[in-house]
Design a protein around this ligand. Structure first.
Ligand code: SAM
Ligand code: SF4
Length: 398
């Protein structure tokens, strides 16, 4: 089958799409270049932004027409699917199946350690849709990871809306250290971290424990204190920077990633400039940026939001253009280095390369001179070239 995955949403959704893609490739399916060529279209979306919901519904309208002409499987995955299954089937009977986030997460080694959120950001639906935080006991998490490793997984990702607020009997940093002790486990990732729960102890574990992958997603949302206050993010820009300071001199391996919301109600030119200045100062390796989306039942709905959409879009475009340059520069710094990468495909793709991924979450296109590569194992590669979205590499000389 040829499949097409369309993703709208946050980093969790992108992760999920990658996992789904990995599974489909593993089952022998192939990526389609467009809807016309696809036998299966999977829409992976979140319910965080109203725009994502609207886009899915309009895409489903188009797919309904396609389905009249030829056999086509249509699936919806992600948070929207998780929350509103019945409603989705009612509004869009062309859907063949729905895959909630929980279902996606059960397939690969993603370990949800906290449900819900105790913060109260004024723009966010999570506290109402997911409720207050529920933490799993640490031993439970360690046991699950042990089981996953016994089943052949070498890498796990601990998940939570604020994963680092973990309090299941130990601190989050301690949990990482305990999970790292599981024999046979190679890398541990975690997402998403809240800046207010980012401690010096966690910074030390991140840089000091070799099994903890050097990747930190620490959403800042805005570079303006006034906007952060209206968002009720609980920190100032200076406090955010202080937290980053816990990392000491930033290691060349660490990939630092963030989220931005642009066009939050009342965001002035000066506020937006402050966000660009922060981007320039920190030089994030990666960021996910969104235009503010008014969500039902959130306090931010009461704020005056009179900035034209055109201006919001302009700001988003400027921010993303600068981020692409910074990501490219970050990727280029890896050229010439020899690193470990995990093989993510069972066979080379059409271009003759294998997909692999480094510990700091960079995509690799690996040329292996016709040699078979071990699926899901680590190999040493030498980075030869870099673009904004992936690095090229060859096998390191032995
Ligand atoms: N808990 C994490 C934190 O506080 O940083 C983030 C979780 S949220 C599900 C993922 C991202 O979606 C946020 O970092 C934010 O940038 C974005 N987001 C959430 N609500 C949004 C809204 N109403 N409009 C635009 N972006 C939003
Ligand atoms: Fe939403 Fe994250 Fe704020 Fe919680 S901390 S309310 S999940 S943005």
């Amino acid at each position: 089958m040829k499949y097409l995955i369309e993703t709208w949403g946050c980093q969790m959704n992108s992760h999920d799409s990658e996992k789904l893609e990995g599974l489909l490739l593993k089952e022998g399916h192939e990526a389609a270049t467009g809807v016309e060529e696809a036998d299966l279209v999977l829409l992976n979306t979140c319910s965080i932004r109203e725009k994502a919901v609207q886009k899915v519904l309009s895409e489903l309208g188009y797919l309904a027409e396609e389905k009249k002409r030829r056999p086509l499987l249509v699936g919806v995955a992600g948070c929207l699917a998780q929350q509103d299954q019945a409603e989705l089937f009612r509004r869009a009977p062309q859907i063949d199946f729905v895959l909630g986030t929980m279902a996606i997460q059960q397939l690969p080694a993603l370990v949800s350690i906290i449900e819900g959120c105790n913060h109260a950001c004024t723009y966010c639906v999570v506290p109402t849709t997911r409720g207050p935080e529920r933490h799993r006991p640490h031993q439970d998490v360690v046991d699950e990871v042990r089981g996953l490793v016994a089943a052949g997984y070498r890498e796990v990702e601990l998940l939570g809306q604020n994963v680092n607020s973990f309090q299941g009997g130990c601190s989050f940093a301690e949990l990482l250290d305990r999970v790292a002790e599981v024999d046979g486990l190679e890398w541990i990732r975690f997402t998403t971290s809240h800046p207010m729960n980012f401690t010096p102890q966690l910074a030390r574990t991140l840089s000091g424990n070799p099994k903890v992958a050097p990747f930190l997603h620490l959403p800042v949302q805005s570079g303006s204190d006034a906007v952060l206050r209206r968002m009720r993010r609980e920190y100032t820009v200076a406090q955010y920077l202080e937290r980053l300071g816990y990392l000491g001199e930033r290691s060349a391996d660490l990939c630092l990633s963030t989220d931005f919301i642009v066009g939050f109600p009342g965001e002035t030119d000066a506020d937006f400039q402050a966000t660009l200045d922060l981007l320039e100062q920190v030089k994030f390796d990666l960021s996910f940026s969104f235009i503010y989306s008014p969500r039902p039942g959130t306090p931010a709905l009461r704020l005056k939001d009179d900035l034209p959409h055109r201006v919001k879009l302009e700001r988003l475009t400027r921010l993303q253009a600068r981020q692409t340059e910074l990501t490219l520069a970050s990727n280029r710094r890896m050229v010439g280095r020899t690193v470990l990468a995990r093989i993510e495909t069972e066979a080379p793709l059409d271009g003759g390369h294998w997909l692999a991924r480094t510990a700091n979450w960079k995509n690799i296109h690996l040329l292996a001179d016709g040699r078979p590569m071990p699926f899901r194992e680590l190999v040493e590669v030498r980075i030869t070239d870099a673009g904004p979205h992936f690095l090229r590499a060859e096998l390191a000389a032995r």
